[in-house]
Write a protein that binds this ligand. Sequence first.
Ligand code: ACM
Ligand code: ZN
Length: 452
Amino acid sequence: MKLNLIPKPNKLEELGGVRNLNDGELTLRRDETIPAEGYRLMLTADVALLEFSTDAGAFYGKQTLRQLRREDGTVPLVKIEDAPEFAWRGFMIDSSRHIQTLDEIKAFIEAAASFKCNVFHWHFCDDPGWRMESERYPLLNSVGSWRDGWGFNNPNPERYGGYFTKAQIRDLVQFCADRFITVVPEFDIPGHSSAVIKSYPWLSCTEEEVDVTTNAGVFSNVLCAGKDETFAFCEGVLEEIMELFPGKYIHIGGDEVPKDHWKACPKCQARIKAEGLKDAEELQGYFTKRIAAFLRSHGKTPIGWNEVLDAGMLPQDVVAAKWHDRRNLCDPFANAGGRIIMEETSNVYLDYDYRTTPLKKTYSYDLLPDSLTEEGKKNVLGVEAPIWTEWVETFDRMCYMCFPRLAAMAEVGWTKRERKDYEDFKRRIEAHRDALAALGVKMAPQSDWDPA
Ligand code: ACM
Ligand code: ZN
């Protein structure tokens, strides 16, 4: 019987035959020579041994063992020596545009953890709604968490919204920690801020009322970069975020920031002049640098979408997420020592339908393109797949879009290129359908994976 391991281990020897393995029969042993997140699993007639250097490695070894176990309780005899190619194997959930329940998010995370994903990037604020409880800025919840309708562009007229309480968020962060998943919270600033500006209109350049939008798109209302009050607000929110999310990384967005209001705003123009900046683009560079410095002073590492590189002013400790790099700045940034996460629309935007991004295209994503030097390749932290939810209204739809493509991404991040095999992946992932369904995660039917 063939093995169905996902991601495929980097070294695997099948010894032939099977054995029983009862609870308590597996010997666990620490071996400091094993790489972080790596493990060695030996299952012979006489030996059942799992070795690792970190608790994460032990967890991944157990995930492999769980995938090896057959219905009759036996396990095949194998020798596995395994460790990930890339340190970052992430998924992003957009809880702003449509909301998931806490249990749905946990089910999704359980599925992602089973494929050894280790980063949950939580996009919990955007133009269509704010989803994190804030005690310092309560209007973010009483105002910014609600909009007039669900669905987009032509919404159903019911009031729609809600947010995650701090207790729920702490519970979720612990749930992730138990699965060796780091949660990376995203405070998407200074654009994508309609919900924030609806709550506190004085944060924008015009101070005019806006709606928490029910339209998909990019909006010209952005946070005013000329006012010190804007920075005080952002730092206050970030302090609340840092209390909830203990991880090293904080995502500060930075994508799709229209500059028309900044160009017309006396305060933004005064800032440009006072700081000796060239234009509104450099004002975004100033904004990013100032927020990054605040996070650095708290021992955090900022991440931004690739637009944070556009002004050419970014300190190297900021990580750039390459999603749609129109100016092609990510690769030179990595070649010069900056770190990047591969997250391109072309291969891993899981809100794109299977016609646009067939499973095979996700599976064949090249994380180390030739545009990277040897030095640049070392600065690729790994891969991440977002699920944006403008058009993803239900959890079943989200699972349909993400599985099996997220499992393909997980193998892209874990398995050495030369060991990948698409036909074999398709066979293996199909064997996971029932286990995913038992979690409440319904995978797309095979007939939809690679449309003609
Ligand atoms: C993005 O898709 N706006 C990062
Ligand atoms: Zn302004």
